[in-house]
Design a protein. Structure first.
Length: 462
C-alpha cells in the first residue's frame, strides 16, 4: 500500500476558464473531479466532441464541486460513453444539476436541429448529448453534505466545505490513504455577498489546485445597488428596455435581491421586470428553499416570511410564446435572460431585437469570456453577427463591475493567507494565461510558494 502512486491529470480548465476536468489516479483507481463543458470560442467548443483522454467506464468515482455547466456539462456524455459509478455532489448542487443538465441537453439538441435546418452538411449534425442523456447522468448523483467525510476508492476520502461561489458550491478536500491531502478549490467565491455563506477558511493542504478567473484583477468597490439604481433611472427616462444578460444560477437571484432592496429603500420606481428564462425561474425556487446553504441574514429573513427574491412587478416567463411576445412590449421594462455571456439562450433574441434601438440599455453582470458576444459588445463593437444576421449596436452597453461569483486577486490572497503552512505545490487552473501569470507572480512574491500553471493533459505526481 505504501508505495501506491498518486497523480493528478489536468484535462480541462488548463490555461482557459472552462471545461474543468481533473483526473486523480490512486494506484489503479481513477477519480474524476468535475466534468465540465468547454465554452466560448469555436476551437474550445470543438474540444467537447474530442474523445475523452481516459476510458469513462474505467473511472471509479466522480466528485463535483458545483453546478455550473463548465464543471458538470459533460457528465451526460461521460455516462453515455459508459461511466457507471457514483457522482458525488452536495444536495443543492444536485438540485441545480437537475435543472441545468436537462436544459443543456435540450440546448445541444436545438443547436443540432438548427444546424441541420439551415446548412447542408454531408452527414447530419448530431447533438453532443440529449436531454435523455442528461436524465441518465442524473441517476448517478449521490448527495454528500458539507462537513461529512466520504470514502473514495483506493483508500482515499473527501470532505466538501462551502466555497462561497454559488448555492451548493464546495471545496473538495481529498485525503489519500498515505495521509497526503489535496484541496480542490472548484471555483472560489467571495466574502460578504448576499444570499450564501462565505468561503470556508482552510489552514493547510499538501497540494492545492486553485482557480484563477480573476487572478489579474480587483473587483470594483462600486456599490451594485447604486449602479443598478442609476441604470434603472436612465431607462425610465429613455422609455426603453433594460436587457440584462444573466447567469441563471446565482447572478439572477442576486439581481432579484438587489431589486427588492432598492424597492424596500424607496429608490426605484415601479417597472415591469421579466425573468425570461425557464431555468432561472426554477433555480430561483431552489435558492428560496435551500436553507442549509443560505447565510445567516438571508436565512433569518426567509424564515420571517419575506420573499427576498421577489421584487414587485416581477413576471416569471417560462413559455416560449410569451418570451417572443416580449418583443412587442414597449418600455420602460426590464428583461433578465440567459445566457450571461450572451452566447446562447433567449437573451440573444432580445439583443437582436433591442440593440438597434438607442433607448435600450444592455447591462452585463459578470465575466465575459473570450470569443463570446458579450465580450465583443463590451469591447465596443458597433456591428455584430448574430445567427447569420448583421445587427447594428445603437444602444448603450453597461456593466456592473462589482458583481462576481469569483474571488478577485485580493480576495484569493486573503483566502490563501489562512494557510499556516506552505503547500508542496500549488496548481493554478481555470484562468486565461494573463490572469494565471499575475496570480502566480503574486503568490510567489507574497507567500514564496511553489506554483505550476499546468498545460492541457499534463500530469503531476502527488
Ligand atoms: Zn462556477
Amino acid at each position: 500500500m505504501a508505495s501506491m502512486s498518486q497523480s493528478i491529470g489536468f484535462y480541462g480548465a488548463a490555461e482557459t476558464v472552462t471545461g474543468s476536468r481533473h483526473l486523480l489516479t490512486i494506484g489503479n483507481q481513477k477519480v474524476l473531479v468535475d466534468c465540465g463543458l468547454f465554452q466560448g470560442s469555436h476551437e474550445l467548443k470543438l474540444r467537447n466532441t474530442a474523445p475523452f483522454s481516459f476510458v469513462p467506464r474505467e473511472l471509479d468515482a466522480v466528485v463535483i464541486t458545483h453546478a455550473h455547466i463548465d464543471h458538470i456539462g459533460l457528465l451526460p456524455r461521460l455516462v453515455a460513453e459508459g461511466y457507471q459509478g457514483p457522482i458525488y455532489a452536495t444536495p443543492a448542487t444536485i438540485e441545480l444539476s437537475r435543472i441545468s443538465l436537462p436544459d443543456s441537453g435540450r440546448l445541444q439538441e436545438e443547436d443540432a436541429h438548427y444546424a441541420n435546418r439551415h446548412r447542408h452538411f454531408p452527414q447530419p449534425v448530431v447533438p453532443l448529448y440529449t436531454e435523455r442523456d442528461a436524465y441518465e447522468a442524473l441517476k448517478h448523483f449521490k448527495a454528500v453534505h458539507y462537513g461529512q467525510p466520504h470514502e473514495l476508492p483506493g483508500g482515499a476520502s473527501f470532505t466538501f466545505s462551502p466555497a462561497g461561489h454559488i448555492l451548493g458550491s464546495a471545496f473538495a478536500y481529498i485525503t489519500f490513504h498515505d495521509g497526503t491531502r489535496l484541496l480542490m478549490s472548484g471555483d472560489l467565491g467571495r466574502y460578504d455577498t448576499p444570499l450564501i455563506k462565505d468561503p470556508t477558511v482552510v489552514e493547510s493542504a499538501d497540494y492545492l489546485v486553485i482557480e484563477s478567473t480573476y487572478g489579474d484583477r480587483f473587483h470594483s468597490h462600486e456599490d451594485p445597488l447604486g449602479k443598478i439604481e442609476s441604470v434603472l433611472h436612465d431607462v425610465m427616462k429613455s422609455g426603453g428596455a433594460l436587457v440584462i444578460p444573466s447567469f441563471a444560477i446565482g447572478r439572477t437571484q442576486e439581481l432579484l435581491y438587489y431589486f427588492r432592496q432598492l424597492q424596500n429603500q424607496g429608490r426605484m420606481q415601479r417597472i415591469p421586470i421579466y425573468i425570461d428564462s425557464p431555468m432561472a425561474v426554477s433555480v430561483t425556487h431552489v435558492y428560496a428553499q435551500a436553507h442549509e446553504d443560505l447565510d445567516e441574514e438571508m436565512l433569518a429573513s426567509v424564515k420571517a416570511g419575506n420573499s427576498e427574491l421577489e421584487p414587485s412587478g416581477i413576471t416569471f416567463v417560462r413559455d416560449k410564446e410569451l418570451s417572443k411576445a416580449l418583443n412587442s412590449q414597449h418600455g420602460p421594462l426590464v428583461i433578465i435572460s440567459g445566457s450571461g455571456m450572451a452566447n446562447g439562450g433567449r437573451v440573444v433574441h432580445h439583443l437582436m431585437h433591442r440593440m438597434p434601438d438607442p433607448s435600450t440599455i444592455v447591462l452585463f453582470t459578470g465575466y465575459q469570456a473570450e470569443g463570446t458576444l458579450g465580450r465583443r459588445l463590451l469591447e465596443g463593437a458597433t456591428m455584430v453577427h448574430i445567427m447569420g444576421q448583421e445587427v447594428e449596436v445603437r444602444c448603450r452597453i453597461e456593466k456592473v463591475n462589482a458583481l462576481s461569483a469569483h474571488a478577485d486577486q485580493g480576495e484569493m490572497m486573503k483566502w490563501l493567507s489562512n494557510f499556516k503552512a506552505e503547500p508542496k505545490m500549488t496548481f493554478i487552473v481555470h484562468g486565461e494565461p494573463p490572469a494565471q501569470e499575475a496570480l502566480q507572480a503574486r503568490i510567489e512574491k507574497d507567500l514564496g510558494w511553489k506554483t505550476i500553471i499546468p498545460k492541457q493533459a499534463e500530469t503531476h505526481a502527488l
